[in-house]
Design a protein around this ligand. Structure first.
Ligand SMILES: [Zn+2]
Length: 509
């Protein structure tokens, strides 16, 4: 194998001499560019990226972190990585503080008219009594939660609390928005107060906003890594509107609601799945390529984040099949616990603390089904210019921009905290708002050609970083990272999520 590789490299070098002159302006090392052409070829011809997504969506389906189905997904990912031919395939265990499983959730409007309502439970929340409750619905003003707690909590016992924004007529602003959240700290306080006040349930999965889409609910966790004892549900926007119309007309809607969930008392196992292509010159230097393996459970998690799993595996496959070893190690990581607050990627940086100085970048895909249109470089303004040749090389895939934007809503976050380019592959995914966390997150929402191109691009971005003659980036010092994130007004939210103190934990001091 080694001999074959050497021969292949020699052939490539020969080509590179000719091509080097032709591509003098490409800005990419001629040999690396030849290698990228080969990788792009195996990425687009013979790729199994969509097959991986079909298997994951239809043979395993939903895979909530810590559940038996998530364990099946972990086993499947290891088998698939081995089948692709990755090296050093293994699971890196980490404990989830508490497991949670969904049971039934149903609601019926019983007054003033009788009609079934569309609800689903949020994740990591409790249940109603076994046969449900009949309860009056009381409106809680979003944006006024502190006052609501202080003045009205004593009247909440046995009631269903509907968190909502004022109607456009009332507010005069037209701002009955989608999924806008209250300050998470005050929302947490409100949910704790609702439990203490013996409220029957809370309709407030979208934190006062309306559920996106037609007749859709969206599940999710409320806050980072937190459990709430009372049932909290997402309701379809149409049903929320109807309840609000009654209340605005001075009527008190009454509903029946039955929500049954199960939470474990203690921790459950989870794991990230890891496989590698070892570097030929600097095997100790690591480029992470990944997406999150865990999903929500109202459908099969095809777009969130089956797409990122499939593109990560597709990227691995295209580089392995090209037969070319990059100079540095490319490590493919399928994280779990993303949906509970980036728990798997935080576990990764903790597990690999001594190695963080040798990490170069992480390349993550987690915006669903749309085409990749830009590289968000995770705050690393200093490398924007260096990526321009890559952006030019990928323009036929539609990758047209590179910027230094930071994104903490996915597994890029912990890498950014380590001072690294946590690169999010930004996508044009207008339908993702409907599909992710909802009952329509299914395979039919994903276009196979777009997914295949995205896998090719994810592999090419990683390969370009891994195969450059010079190292693209080294971790910033903790001081540089803190300053950059403070300048970007990220400090307060990172402190609130308990992530700020991770800065410095993985760096050479
Ligand atoms: Zn996701």
């Amino acid at each position: 194998m080694r001999k074959l590789l050497t021969l292949f490299t020699a052939v490539c070098l020969g080509l590179a001499c000719v091509a080097g002159a032709q591509n003098a302006d490409s800005g990419i090392d001629a040999l690396t560019l030849r290698h990228m052409e080969a990788v792009a070829g195996t990425g687009m011809v013979g790729s199994h990226a969509f097959d991986y997504l079909a298997e994951l969506s239809d043979s395993i389906g939903a895979r909530v972190t810590g559940s038996p189905d998530a364990q099946k997904a972990i086993a499947w990912a290891m088998t698939t990585m081995r089948g692709i031919g990755l090296e050093n395939v293994h699971a890196e265990n980490w404990p989830l503080w508490r497991g949670w499983t969904r049971g039934a959730a149903e609601a019926t409007l019983i007054s003033p008219i009788h009609r079934r309502l569309m609800i689903d439970s949020m994740g990591w929340v409790g249940s109603t009594p076994p046969n449900g409750v009949d309860a009056d619905v009381v409106r809680i003003q979003f944006g006024n939660l502190a006052q609501e707690i202080a003045q009205n909590a004593q009247t909440w016992a046995g009631k269903v609390l509907l968190v909502s924004k004022p109607s456009p007529q009332q507010s005069g602003s037209g701002d009955v928005g989608q999924g806008a959240n209250a300050d998470p700290a005050i929302y947490e306080k409100f949910l704790r107060a609702a439990y203490i006040a013996h409220a029957a349930a809370v309709i407030g999965g979208q934190g006062g906003g309306k559920s996106i889409g037609m007749h859709l609910t969206h599940t999710g966790i409320l806050g980072f890594g937190q459990y709430f004892e009372e049932p909290v549900v997402s309701i379809a926007a149409e049903d929320q509107d109807q309840l609000e119309r009654y209340i605005e007309a001075g009527k008190t809607p009454r509903i029946h609601m039955n929500v049954q969930n199960h939470a474990t008392d203690g921790p459950v196992n989870s794991a990230n799945v890891v496989g590698e292509i070892r570097g030929s010159e600097h095997p100790e230097q690591v480029i992470v390529v990944g997406g999150h393996l865990d999903s929500w459970d109202l459908a099969s998690g095809a777009t969130d984040n089956g797409c990122g799993v499939a593109t990560t595996l597709g990227a691995a496959e295209e580089i392995v099949r090209s037969g070319i070893k990059p100079r540095r190690t490319i490590r493919f990581v399928l994280f779990t616990g993303e949906e509970q607050g980036l728990l798997g990627s935080v576990a990764y940086i903790k597990t690999h603390t001594p190695e963080m100085v040798n990490h170069v970048a992480a390349v993550i895909l987690d915006v669903g089904q749309g085409p990749i249109v830009a590289l968000n470089l995770g705050g690393r303004t200093d490398i924007v210019q260096a990526t321009m040749p890559l952006k030019d090389a990928l323009k036929n895939f539609g990758v047209l921009r590179a910027n230094d934007q930071v994104v903490f809503g996915t597994d890029t976050g912990p890498f950014i905290l380590m001072g690294l380019p946590g690169i999010l592959l930004a996508q044009n995914s207008p339908d993702y708002g409907n599909t992710h966390h909802s009952p329509i997150d299914t395979l039919d929402k994903v276009d196979a050609v777009t997914l295949t191109k995205n896998a090719a691009v994810q592999g090419l971005v990683a390969f370009w970083i891994a195969d450059r003659p010079d190292r693209l980036a080294s971790p910033w010092t903790p001081e540089q990272t803190r300053k950059s994130l403070t300048d970007r007004q990220q400090e307060a939210s990172l402190r609130m999520w308990g992530l700020w103190d991770l800065i410095g934990s993985g760096n050479a001091k």
